[in-house]
Ligand binder design. Structure first.
Ligand code: KG4
Ligand code: ZN
Length: 338
């Protein structure tokens, strides 16, 4: 019997119906990008209220697309961590309520583990054991994964996440929100060597990342110190493209180098990469080149499963196989997490 998966950790409201052998029978994502655009970032209360409006229609759409009724479900799974508290609560309360109404067991999903599971879903063979890189708006983390549910945190960002840095650079260049896709589109027209931006922590051993120094370097190449309002900055399209390309190259260089370092240190045959920033074409190419050069298999989440979605909630099937169900008093775990 199929399961229903629910995702509301940040600013996408999503639901999917997935068969017990992992096929996607129906899915729906309602994005809130236009709601947050004028604020230049996700506003937690706005996000939570939008989830409240959308959660039931989104679940209903996913069920209808799948041609499945609530009674036909095997379980209801929901991302309970990590994320924005108000956003998480909406998904978790909806899942619990439906679990009681339809008398179905509840499964709790770790959103970060789900981002990486999107890679297993795209692979015909098991990708485990492997190194996993999560690159999203909230996280830049490396894991040693021995199964979809057994992940050892190796290291991550000590300040901004990679996606957050993309969004902030996009905001400084007035490219709208979220900045990642816009920065990467503009970067395609620019020269990645135009600015020598820092590759922070590249030489430091281990798996820590830092993107705030890079963000500051970009800031000073847009406007001199003292300028606080970026809305009137006059830069040519080529100048903006060069900044985007040089910034992107700096991010990609450190992500690729530290991922390769982890693959070598753990003698892992596979590197798997998930999260919104994994949609970046230059990162994808950089990782592919590194995989060929160093002789490991690379699986990047398919483009449609990089940014937040409920399909990657298929990881709940792994929990069901292990008998790992959640109690009805399941609480959320908000904030950033390892
Ligand atoms: O995984 P996700 O949807 O949400 C979180 O869990 O955070 O990731 C969203 C992040 C945003 O920061 C967005 O700007 C970034 O992914 N992103 C990109 C691209 N597409 C989305 N960053 C760089 N290049 C892209 N093409
Ligand atoms: Zn995410």
């Amino acid at each position: 019997m199929p399961i229903l998966t629910i995702e509301s950790t940040c600013d996408e409201t999503a639901a999917a119906v997935i068969s017990d052998d992992g096929n996607v029978l129906g899915d729906c994502v309602a994005t809130q990008e236009t709601l947050h655009e004028r604020f230049g970032g996700v506003v937690p209360e706005v996000a939570a209220r939008a989830h409240v409006e959308r959660i039931l229609p989104v679940i209903d759409t996913a069920l209808q697309k799948a041609g499945v009724r609530g009674a036909d479900l095997d379980a209801i799974a929901v991302a309970d961590r990590p994320g924005l508290a108000g956003s998480l609560l909406v998904g978790v309360v909806a899942a619990k309520t439906l679990a009681v109404a339809w008398k179905k067991p509840l499964v709790a999903i770790n959103h970060l583990h789900a981002h990486l599971y999107a890679c297993q879903m795209a692979s015909d063979v098991s990708v485990y054991p492997c190194i996993g890189l999560v690159v999203s708006g909230g996280h830049t983390s490396l894991y040693h994964c021995t199964s979809p549910l057994d992940l050892e945190y190796l290291g991550g960002t000590i300040d901004d996440a990679a996606g957050e840095a993309f969004d902030k650079v996009g905001a400084m260049l007035n490219l709208g929100f979220p900045g990642g896709p816009a920065v990467s589109r503009l970067a395609a027209q620019g020269d990645p060597k135009a600015h020598a931006y820092p590759r922070s922590m590249l030489k430091e051993p281990g798996y820590r990342f830092s993107f705030s120094g890079l963000k500051t370097a970009v800031r000073y190449s847009i406007a001199p110190p003292g300028v606080k309002d970026f809305s009137n900055i006059q830069l040519s399209d080529q100048a903006k493209a060069d900044i985007c390309a040089s910034f992107q190259a700096a991010v990609v260089d450190v992500l690729v180098a530290k991922s390769v370092r982890a693959v070598k240190a753990y003698d892992a045959g596979h590197l798997i990469v998930g999260g919104g920033v994994a949609a970046n074409p230059v990162l994808r190419t950089g990782l592919q080149t590194a995989a060929e050069k160093n002789g490991f298999d690379l699986v990047i989440a398919p483009m449609n499963l990089c940014t937040d979605n409920a399909v990657m909630g298929a990881i709940a099937l792994e929990k069901i196989r292990r008998g790992q169900f959640a109690p009805l008093d399941l609480d959320i775990t908000a904030g950033l997490q390892r």
